[in-house]
Structures are given as structure tokens and as C-alpha cells.
Write a protein that binds this ligand. Structure first.
Ligand code: EPZ
Length: 420
């Protein structure tokens, strides 16, 4: 296993290009199961998770090539309907093969994804939606078995205790596109990644409208064909890069971004006193003066994303004043708190809140990555800290940030990898 070493204190400067969105490409790759035709997906980031999805599609009978950001998916043999525990347990997003397998084959056996370090992550909403479409569901030996003679469009309310669910919306939408009649999903997730999936499905011949709002309407069709699609830029990578510029007191131009996807973060940063120069598809962030502490509350899109909470906390650790961070999506997503405190931060966890007292400087330390965004927050803290930080278990970072070391290195960071 590798660890990442960062010698902090360098002001990062230059340009960086954002990769395609991980959380968009994974369900879109799964959606190719809905057709026997070939599909081409462009702008696919080279990540541990995209490679896992390639393996899953191959295990289900697809021929998949992944080269230079392009994924082609073709049908090699009859689609297999069983998604194995070994693959599904390594990545929760693989559970979204359930909807397309069921839609296409009318049966699917998919391993339950299991526990997760960021908290309990149930799949009740996925199953509720799929059941409403007429599937019989049983759970046996850790697998969900779903089958139906035919799927029938219906009215589904998909809101849960913590609001809407991104992957449940994806799963139900993918099961419904080939159902007979009209499906209405209420309390649907509005995340840009759900919209990207709906647009890909429409290119395949689906009839989806309302995506991007809480009410999605799907007019079932008999059959879907192949399609070509380019993945939207990763808004979480873009946000992480904005915070990299600020925490290192640097000056970075971030290219290939969709500003409309970054509203809540930019609004918070402007409240903190940051001046962000925006053009059509780029953002220029330059540190000019000390920031102000700002409270954040994570919410479903278009609210402040839970996937930016840890990175924003790192920035607030070195911002004078008190910040209250409230996590409303995953109340236990605070694994980074103890590690940031090892670097000298003053953070107190109180249930779903963390209270951060900003200090002048963090100091480098050996820390451990626990999940993807926690790893990003530790890398940010390490870039700003005095001295050396070593981050163990960086495979978490490889799940979601394409070429992160070389991108940071090009901006001037002193960063390298060592064997544990
Ligand atoms: C997606 O996960 C993302 N993953 C997550 O990104 C992201 O944190 C999350 O959405 C929220 O934005 C992918 O898109 C691959 P949810 P998902 O279902 O869809 C509860 C990252 O770092 N819930 O929207 O699994 C759930 O426990 C990751 O890139 C139920 O109660 O999340 C949570 O409290 C991590 N029952 C809330 O809903 C269900 O059946 C929202 O979760 C499903 C979810």
C-alpha cells in the first residue's frame, strides 16, 4: 500500500483541468446494460471506481474497452443477471446495476453493498421504488433478488429520512425506462449527475422529462438503442481545487467547470470574503486577504454538498473565528475530524455538528485516510500545514480524483508517494 507525502507551505499557482464526474459516469456505465447496442462514453476519468465498473460490466457479459478517457461498451454474450459480492462490496455505486438489469432482463440478483465508513447507507428507497414498478423482491444470502413478469409505470414517492437519494433515483429511473406506461418519481434527487444520466438515457431513446426537478416523468418505451455521451465535469473535484487555491493562499485557474453546479459553494465562499472570477467554463481563484469563518450545513442539491464538507472543514481550520458544520446527509461523516485534530486543528464533534475554532497554522503529521472526501480534506490540510504530512491508505483518494498528484505537482505542490 502507498502513502502520500506532502511537504506543506507552498502557494499553489497555475492552471488545472477538471476531469469527468465520477458520480455521473458510474450510473451511466451501468445504463449501458439497458441495450444490446454499442455505446460510447467520453470524458471518463481514470479512477479506481471507473475501473471497478468496467470489471462489473465485463462480469455481466459486456465487452468493455477503456482507453484515453473513452469507454466503449458492446454486448459480447447474453447479459448475466448476477452482480457478485466481491465486486459490489468494493463500491456502493455498483448497486445501480440493479435497475437496468431488471429493466432489460426482468430479473436481477445483486449483492447488497454492505456497510460504509461514512455511516449507515441503507437501500430501502431503491427497493421501494423497484417494488412499486411491479417487481418481486427477496433478500437471500446477502443478495437482492428482483424479478417481474413485466414492469408497469406508476407513481412513486422516493423521499427518505434524509431527503432524496441520488442512486435510488438513478436505479428507479433506469428500471422504469422500459416499463409499460408512465412513471412519476416524486421527491427525486435533483443532482447534476442524475440529470446527466437522464440525458444519456434520452439519447438511448428513453422519454424522460423533469430531470433536475423533484418530479421526474418517464414514459416507458419498448426498446433502447446505443448512444454516445460526454460526461459532465466533476463539480466536487472543481470545488476541491477552489479550496486548494484558498488554503494554500495561491492563485489557480480551474478549467472545464460548469459554474451552475457550484452555486452553494461559491455563495459560501463569497460570504467568507473570497473574490472568484468566473467565465463561461472556468474559475479563477486567487487568495487576497484572510477569510471570514462561515457556517455550513450540507443538504441535497442545490444545497451545500456533503461531498465538500470535509474539504471545507479543512479550510475553516485555518480561518479565524468559529465555524459550525452541520451534516444533514450523513450525520456520521466526520472521520476526518480526529485526523485534522492530529494536525493541530481545534474541532469538537457534537452529534451531527462539528465546531471548528480557526487557528493560524496546522502542522504536518502522519494521518490516515478513511474515505474519499476525508482523504481530500487531509491532502488540503497537508498542503497548508508547516512541515511534512504523510497520508496512509491513499487508495481512497484514487477512487475519486484522477491524476491528483500530478495535477497538484503541476501547480507547484511538493507531493510524492512512498511505500507504507
Ligand atoms: C451519492 O451516494 C454519491 N455517490 C455520494 O458520493 C454522495 O455523498 C451522496 O450521493 C449524497 O450526495 C454516487 O453518486 C456514486 P444518497 P448515494 O442515496 O446515492 C439515505 C462520494 O464521496 N438513504 O443520495 O448512495 C442515505 O443514507 C460519495 O463521491 C436512505 O435512507 O447517496 C443518506 O442519508 C460518497 N435509503 C441519504 O439518503 C436509501 O435507500 C442520501 O444518500 C438510500 C439512501
Amino acid at each position: 500500500m502507498d502513502k502520500l507525502i506532502i511537504e506543506g507551505g507552498v502557494k499553489l499557482k497555475g492552471e488545472v483541468i477538471i476531469s469527468g464526474a465520477k458520480n455521473s459516469v458510474l450510473p451511466i456505465m451501468a445504463a449501458t446494460l439497458l441495450t444490446d447496442d454499442a455505446c460510447l462514453i467520453k470524458g471518463v476519468p481514470e479512477l479506481r471506481d471507473t475501473n471497478t465498473m468496467v470489471k462489473i460490466l465485463r462480469s455481466l457479459g459486456k465487452g468493455v474497452e477503456f482507453n484515453k478517457g473513452m469507454v466503449t461498451v458492446a454486448t459480447l454474450k447474453n447479459t448475466n443477471y448476477v452482480a457478485d459480492y466481491k465486486l459490489v462490496s468494493t463500491m456502493r455505486a455498483s448497486f445501480c446495476v440493479l435497475g437496468p438489469l431488471l429493466g432489460k432482463l426482468k430479473k436481477a440478483k445483486v449483492s447488497l453493498p454492505g456497510g460504509c465508513i461514512i455511516g449507515v447507507r441503507p437501500v430501502d428507497l431503491h427497493l421501494k421504488g423497484i417494488k412499486a414498478l411491479g417487481a418481486e423482491i427477496s433478500i437471500d444470502s446477502g443478495y437482492v433478488l428482483a424479478k417481474a413478469k413485466k414492469l408497469k409505470g406508476t407513481h412513486i414517492y422516493l423521499g427518505g429520512v434524509y431527503g432524496s437519494s441520488v442512486l435510488a433515483t438513478d436505479n428507479v429511473m433506469m428500471a422504469a425506462v422500459l416499463a409499460s406506461g408512465k412513471t412519476i418519481i416524486e421527491a427525486a434527487a435533483c443532482e447534476p449527475e442524475v440529470v446527466d444520466l437522464a440525458e444519456f438515457l434520452n439519447k438511448m431513446g428513453a422519454k424522460i422529462s423533469g430531470h433536475g426537478t423533484p418530479t421526474i416523468e418517464i414514459e416507458g418505451v419498448k426498446h433502447l438503442h446505443g448512444a454516445t455521451h460526454t460526461i459532465i465535469p466533476d463539480r466536487i473535484e472543481a470545488g476541491t481545487m477552489i479550496l486548494t487555491a484558498l488554503i494554500t493562499k495561491g492563485d489557480i485557474i480551474i478549467k472545464n467547470v460548469l459554474l451552475r453546479h457550484l452555486g452553494a459553494l461559491i455563495d459560501k465562499l463569497e460570504e467568507a470574503g473570497v473574490n472568484i472570477i468566473k467565465t463561461d467554463n472556468s474559475i479563477h481563484v486567487s487568495y487576497k486577504r484572510p477569510l471570514k469563518a462561515v457556517n455550513i450545513t450540507t443538504l441535497p442539491y442545490p444545497g451545500f454538498p456533503t461531498d465538500m464538507q470535509a474539504q471545507m472543514m479543512s479550510l475553516m481550520c485555518v480561518t479565524p473565528g468559529i465555524t459550525i458544520v452541520t451534516e444533514k446527509i450523513y450525520p456520521d461523516r466526520f472521520m476526518h475530524v480526529a485526523e485534522l485534530n492530529r494536525m493541530g486543528a481545534h474541532i469538537q464533534r457534537e452529534g451531527p455538528h462539528a465546531i471548528v475554532e480557526g487557528i493560524e497554522k496546522l502542522s504536518g503529521a502522519p494521518v490516515m485516510a478513511s474515505d474519499l472526501r476525508a482523504s481530500a480534506s487531509l491532502a488540503l490540510a497537508g498542503l497548508a500545514a508547516s512541515g511534512k504530512t504523510s497520508i496512509s491508505r491513499i487508495y481512497h483518494l484514487e477512487r475519486g480524483y484522477e491524476n491528483i498528484e500530478s495535477k497538484l505537482e503541476k501547480l507547484g505542490a511538493k507531493i510524492w508517494r512512498e511505500k507504507e
